[in-house]
Design a protein around this ligand. Sequence first.
Ligand code: 5GP
Ligand code: MG
Ligand code: MG
Length: 180
Amino acid sequence: MSIVKIKDLTFKTFIPEDEIQKNVKQVADKINHDLAGKNPLFLAVLNGSFVFAADLMRYITIPCEISFVKLASYQGTTSTGTIKEVIGLNEDLAGRTIVIVEDIVDTGFTMKRMVESLGTRGPKSIHICTLLLKPGKLQVPLNIEYAAMSIPNDFIVGYGLDYDQQGRNLRDIYTLVDDK
Ligand code: 5GP
Ligand code: MG
Ligand code: MG
C-alpha cells in the first residue's frame, strides 16, 4: 500500500492501476456489444474524466466519435446545489446515440442536470458511462447503464480525479485516510 500527501490530506492506495484497467475494459466491452452499429458519440466531461476517457476509448472497437465538454457553474444555487450549464459542445446531437463519460457519480445531481440539458438537443438516446459510482450517495433516479466500479461513500483521488486540482496524475485511485 502506498501513501500520498496532497496539501493537508493523506490518502492511501484504494484501487490499483491493473484493477482499474480490468474494469474499464469490461465496461468498454459492454458498450461494444450494446451500441454496435450506432456510431455512438462519447461526450467526456472535463476535467475529471480525461484519463478514464482516454483508456475507455482505446478499448472501444466499434466505430464511434468523441468530443469534450465542460460544466460551468452559474452564480447562485438551487435546492439541488449550484446550477450548472454544459459548455463547449459544438456537435449536432440530433438523432445521435450519446454516451456521457463521467469520472464519478456521487449524489447524481450533476449527471441529472447534464442528461436534461443534452436531452433538449434531440438525441436518439443518452447513456451514462461513469468510472465510479457511489450507490450510497445517489439521491436522484438515474439509469446508470455503464459504471466501471462501485465504491463506498469516501472521498477519492487519482486517475483524473482531483483534490483541490491536485492528484489527477496518480495512476492508482486513492482514498482518504481517516487519521483522527
Ligand atoms: P454529484 O453531482 O454526483 O454529487 O457530483 C459529481 C461531481 O462531484 C463529480 O463529477 C466530481 O467532480 C465530484 N466528486 C464527487 N465525489 C468525489 C470524490 O470522491 N472525489 C473527487 N475527487 N471528486 C468527487
Ligand atoms: Mg465529474
Ligand atoms: Mg473536482
